[in-house]
Write a new protein. Structure first.
Length: 364
């Protein structure tokens, strides 16, 4: 069974997308990493044009980030002040990224740029993750406890205009989070990813934020960056396909919950090496697709004149006739799905706790 995407103008198998997005969600929940750098290449492999894969995965990340951030809001594990400062840099970086995206789009090279960006990013992340995980496995076998330096100072810590962040108990230059946000926003605009693989380590090792505040603040920043990326891609290029977004969001949110549960029960340090190998394999496939499969890529051109059903026609006409409002609707739609998922998760969690407590009382 295949479904025609009215915006991306390609046929896709919804079961494949649901399963792949769920798998990426499981990996995200299990390892605490964003799934954008895996899901976007998977969409490209399934036939979605790279420019559309980037835009729709950004909208998916918006929904999942809202879901996760809502959970952290309820737990009060967010540093809003730090988050807003990073968002300032993220907004500037997103603007620069969209400008770069438009330039390569105009000269007809955006698909190649996206593929090359993913090829290099996956190669770098996969290699670093593999080295780190193998080191952790070796240390665990030898029972080596590594003593880390408490304070490592980089040039970025000497920047002026320092500000207090009471929640994180930090006294930091505002330029530090702005520069980090700028890089995250630039990458998010071009690659359709949340940038957590840069933001989380930067928060921990450069800004020195408390670990418990990092995930929630990272998701909080990702929301604003994804909103800007989603709107600009929708308004400028009309590349958000709500049919694809629904499939991505449903699979991702379900997968993340499964990943969180698995992460509580198993030691994921050994599995991190497998994830690193998966990233390297995906990078190799992207390299092959970029350099050796050009004929196939050009041969699978979009099927424009399709008889669309009512819903598909509505989406197509809405995005074409009212791009501004379609962009806003795409954002609100993703936010609604994310908030709904967060409260459903909270309801299920409370129900499970009540059921377990009731069962334990009856057994006594």
């Amino acid at each position: 069974m295949e479904v025609f995407l009215p915006i991306a103008q390609v046929f896709v198998n919804p079961i494949e997308i649901l399963l792949l997005s769920a798998l990426v969600g499981v990996l995200s929940g299990l390892f605490g990493v964003g799934g954008g750098f895996l899901m976007t290449p998977f969409l490209i492999f399934l036939g979605v044009p790279p420019a559309y894969a980037v835009a729709n995965e950004a909208n998916n990340i918006l929904a999942t980030s809202v879901s996760g951030s809502t959970t952290h809001y309820l737990k009060n594990t967010l540093d809003y002040k730090m988050g807003f400062i990073i968002v300032i840099g993220g907004s500037i970086g997103t603007g620069l990224g969209i400008y770069t995206f438009t330039y390569f789009q105009d000269i007809g090279k955006i698909d190649t740029v996206i593929s090359l960006a993913y090829m290099y990013i996956l190669a770098i992340i996969g290699t670093l993750m593999l080295v780190e995980s193998l080191g952790e496995i070796d240390k665990a076998k030898k029972n080596i406890v590594e003593k880390k330096k408490l304070h490592v100072h980089y040039w970025i810590h000497g920047l002026p205009f320092r500000m207090r962040f009471p929640k994180s108990k930090l006294y930091e230059s505002i330029f530090t989070p702005i520069i980090i946000g700028l890089g995250v926003g630039f990458i998010a605009a071009i690659m359709g990813i949340g940038g957590a693989f840069i933001l989380v380590p930067a928060m921990i090792y450069i800004i020195k934020m408390p670990t418990k505040l990092v995930p929630g603040t990272s998701l909080f920043v990702t929301i604003f960056v994804s909103v800007i990326v989603t709107f600009l891609h929708s308004f400028n290029y009309g590349s958000i396909d709500l049919m694809l977004v629904v499939m991505l969001v449903v699979g991702s949110i379900v997968g993340v919950q499964i990943g969180h549960k698995l992460g509580e029960q198993i030691d994921s340090s050994g599995l991190k090496a497998l994830l690193a190998l998966l990233l390297l394999i995906v990078g190799i496939f992207i390299a092959y697709d970029t350099f050796f499969a050009e004929e196939i890529k050009n041969g699978t051109s979009a099927i424009v004149n399709q008889d669309l059903n009512f819903f598909s026609k509505f989406i197509k006409e809405f995005s074409t006739d009212m791009p501004f409002f379609y962009g806003l609707f795409s954002i609100m739609f993703a936010v609604f799905l994310g908030v709904a998922a967060a409260f459903i998760r909270k309801f299920v969690s409370n129900f499970q706790k009540k059921y377990l407590s009731k069962t334990s009382k009856q057994s006594k």
